[in-house]
Design a protein around this ligand. Structure first.
Ligand SMILES: Nc1ncnc2c1ncn2[C@@H]1O[C@H](COP(=O)(O)OP(=O)(O)O)[C@@H](O)[C@H]1O
Ligand SMILES: [Mg+2]
Length: 251
């Protein structure tokens, strides 16, 4: 089961207007695993997630989910396929309460189901649960990110796409978020994550893929990458990926 391909990009070309960012990109991610997407700024990592989530339409190639072609699918169809996206940065309604943010997350489920599922989601995040009636903007950065993840869990997603979740969070909170992603993957959710906090992210990931200029330049088991001193120099030089260099292709 865990060996099945969940996500597959095959020869995908995608971009913005006339600028193609993904150039014949092909890769696979297995069900119930965490795949870490690496590469320098501007390599196209966020574009991969946006394309998978249907925010960009591929100009060429195919994207399949569990063997079914999904490129060209509407946002509604993609949600029905169980794809959830946690974008970079803050994506909550700050002036609404924690509870109201969760209600909005379940809008496609209907209120009855949403209200049934909210307690089961909050069980993952005791600190957020304690602040259920606080305005979202009053939560700490880590709590806000947990709430964003919780909001997607309402949909019981098969696939979670998550873009740089650690930005602005303390190392302890990052560890909590990573632990949760690992737990979800172990329960069968497929996670595709972009993260500059490379070393910690590799520790909870199964597979790592690296992009450069929208092309795949490396795909390896995360454990292999983690124990490779050469790779360590390339990826782990800076505190926040600042020195991730364009020499990645030669790694
Ligand atoms: N909305 C947009 N319109 C035009 N170009 C964009 C847009 N978003 C990103 N880009 C460009 O696409 C390239 C890849 O961006 P992105 O996927 O965000 O890279 P990464 O996440 O790897 O840093 C960059 O050159 C960026 O400037
Ligand atoms: Mg990005």
């Amino acid at each position: 089961m865990a060996q099945d391909t969940c996500i597959e990009f095959n020869d995908v070309v995608a971009g913005y207007k006339d600028f193609m960012i993904l150039n014949n990109l092909s890769f696979k991610a297995k069900r119930g695993t965490i795949t870490l997407l690496l590469g320098p700024n501007g390599a196209g990592k966020s574009t991969v997630l946006k394309t998978l989530f249907g925010l960009l339409k591929p100009r060429q190639g195919t994207i399949t989910l569990d063997g079914q072609r999904i490129n060209g699918a509407s946002q509604k169809e993609l949600l029905a396929h169980g794809i959830a996206f946690v974008p970079q940065g803050r994506n909550l309604f700050g002036q609404l309460t924690v509870f109201e943010n969760l209600e909005l997350g379940g809008i496609t489920l209907g209120m009855k189901t949403t209200h049934e599922r909210i307690p089961e989601v909050l069980a993952f995040f005791p600190r957020v649960q304690d602040r259920i009636n606080s305005m979202a903007s009053a939560l700490s950065g880590g709590e806000q990110k947990q709430l964003e993840i919780g909001r997607t869990l309402l949909l019981r997603p098969k696939v979670i796409l998550i873009d740089e979740p650690s930005i602005g969070l303390s190392p302890m909170v990052v560890a909590d978020v990573f632990k949760l992603l690992r737990q979800l993957a172990d329960q069968g959710t497929t996670v595709l994550m972009v993260e500059q906090n490379v070393k910690s992210a590799l520790k909870i990931s199964d597979e790592a893929i690296a992009l450069e200029s929208g092309r795949l330049v490396l795909q390896k088991p995360a454990s292999e990458l983690l124990s490779d001193p050469h790779i360590e120099r390339l990826f782990l030089g800076g505190a926040h990926g600042a020195t991730e260099s364009s020499t990645l292709a030669s790694a």
